[in-house]
Design a protein around this ligand. Structure first.
Ligand SMILES: C[C@H](O)[C@H](O)[C@H]1CNC2=NC(N)=NC(=O)C2=N1
Length: 81
């Protein structure tokens, strides 16, 4: 799973064919985040999405909730590759 753990967070960047694909991915991730009540710190520039995950309630450190959301994000991304 190509996430980098750095500065108490998981990081991964994603690239898509175009903006619409990137935004469709973000929409699916948003629903997964809502379902888990665990939300990403992310940015989007055209066809690129950068995601950072940590747990605010644990003092902005990496917890299993972040690892679980990262897995779900990878599963969603696999359908865009
Ligand atoms: C009130 C709400 O349930 C909490 O703020 C949830 C929401 N989403 C969250 N997302 C993340 N990344 N960390 C949290 O601690 C967290 N807590």
């Amino acid at each position: 799973m190509p996430w980098k753990e750095k500065d108490n967070a998981l990081h991964r960047d994603f690239t898509f064919a175009d903006f619409r694909q990137a935004f469709a991915f973000m929409t699916e991730v948003a629903f997964a985040a809502e379902k888990m009540d665990h939300h990403p710190d992310w940015s989007n520039v055209y066809n690129r999405v950068s995601i950072k995950l940590n747990t605010h309630d644990a003092g902005n450190t990496v917890t299993d909730r972040d690892r679980k959301l990262a897995e779900r994000i990878d599963g969603i991304f696999a359908r865009y590759a």
